[in-house]
Design a protein around this ligand. Structure first.
Ligand SMILES: Cc1cc2nc3c(=O)[nH]c(=O)nc-3n(C[C@H](O)[C@H](O)[C@H](O)COP(=O)(O)O)c2cc1C
Length: 344
């Protein structure tokens, strides 16, 4: 069975296959203005031509000070909408659906003069000590997520992904490692994430699914594990998340013995656990670039979708090659079939 190439539907998001291009920062903005340009256009549209079912545009920030670097994409103002729309429309033309990952880097905002975070704890000894957001400022941040999501919908996305992984702002709130607050956002470390989910959902079309990317375990000493992440994911699911994109780590500098595995499919067990504990669809990610393996992850019902990151940086036509490798007749565009020795 060619599980990888079966269609998938969640609410009104209909994908032609199970292959996702995960968000990958290009650090390619030209004038530190967050505006997408030709590099982004060609980068994403070539993966659409290359057969990806869902493309999730890289981490795109809700605030200039929420960027990991000044070269990130932004969506904090209306002038960001049209260049993104141009990319999204073109991807649609080639049969891919498009999501966008919206984010705030919090204390990982390297170029911000004064980064912000739940608590005034620096990422490492080379990073600035962030300003701890006041309760009022935290509420304003929720509103910035809402406004950004509204712009994403105007740009024509099919889904939105909230970045709650890799030690960025939502993760910083939910983790006891970075959240030492004494207000309501400390009493309930999932409160910020839940408020963001509800705010974003309030403007999304009802049938558009919301994705959340989580770090399902931390690697710092004493960091949370899968039990805790099942609990917070349940809270996020109840608040409105439709699909989890299961990653891990990124919360802080880690000791050699805590480093994540770099073997094939290393995060699939986490995706499987979240999927079965919450009875929720998941995207698995992390060294799944062997097509037979990616196909098996779907076939074994460990995940509903698989994301291939570095594999697609190497090869925009990863999905087309995967189809040929696992013997699936798929639509190879035009004369590209000749490149795959297919009879037309
Ligand atoms: C160049 C690069 C940029 C990335 N940028 C992001 C990002 O913007 N947001 C995110 O959640 N993950 C980001 N990631 C992580 C990927 O989405 C993915 O989870 C990771 O590369 C593991 O998948 P892979 O083994 O298929 O590459 C990035 C990875 C790479 C290589």
């Amino acid at each position: 069975m060619n599980h990888l190439f079966t269609p998938y539907k969640l609410k009104e998001l209909e994908l032609k296959n199970r292959i996702v291009m995960p968000p990958m920062c290009q650090y390619a903005v030209l004038n530190k203005d967050g505006i997408a340009h030709d590099w982004h256009y060609h980068h994403y549209v070539s993966r659409a031509i290359g057969g990806a079912g869902l493309i999730i545009i890289e981490m795109t920030d809700i605030d200039p000070d929420g960027r990991t670097t000044d070269l990130d994409l932004g969506l904090w103002s209306d002038e960001h909408i049209a260049p993104l729309k141009r990319i999204i429309d073109a991807c649609h033309q080639y049969g891919a659906k498009v999501g966008i990952q919206i984010a705030h880097a919090g204390r990982k905002a390297e170029d911000a003069e004064l980064p912000v975070a739940p608590s005034a704890i620096a990422y490492d000894d080379k990073s600035k000590i962030p300003h701890a957001l006041t309760t009022e400022e935290t509420k304003e941040m929720v509103e910035k997520f809402r406004l950004t999501a509204e712009r994403a919908v105007k740009a024509g996305v099919d889904t939105i992904e909230l970045h709650a992984a890799h030690g960025y702002l939502i993760h910083q709130f939910q983790s006891p490692y970075t959240n030492k607050r004494t207000d309501e956002y400390g009493d309930d470390p999932t409160l910020f994430g839940k408020q963001v989910i509800k705010a974003v959902k309030s403007i999304m079309p009802e049938k558009m699914p919301l994705i959340m990317r989580i770090s399902a375990r931390e690697y710092v000493d004493g960091g949370y594990g899968i039990e805790e992440s099942i609990a917070f994911s349940k809270a996020y699911q109840d608040a409105g998340v439709d699909l989890f994109h299961v990653s891990s780590g990124g919360e802080g500098p880690i000791l050699a013995h805590g480093k994540p595995g770099t073997h094939a499919a290393y995060q699939v067990p986490l995706a499987r656990e979240i999927r079965s504990a919450l009875n929720v669809p998941v995207i698995a990610v992390g060294r799944l670039d062997e097509p037979v393996l990616a196909n098996a992850v779907i076939g074994n019902e460990e995940a509903d979708l698989v994301a291939v990151g570095r594999g697609m940086l190497r090869n925009p036509y990863w999905a087309l090659e995967a189809a040929v490798t696992i013997g699936k007749e798929t639509e190879i565009p035009g004369v590209y079939g000749a490149g795959f020795s297919l009879k037309k």
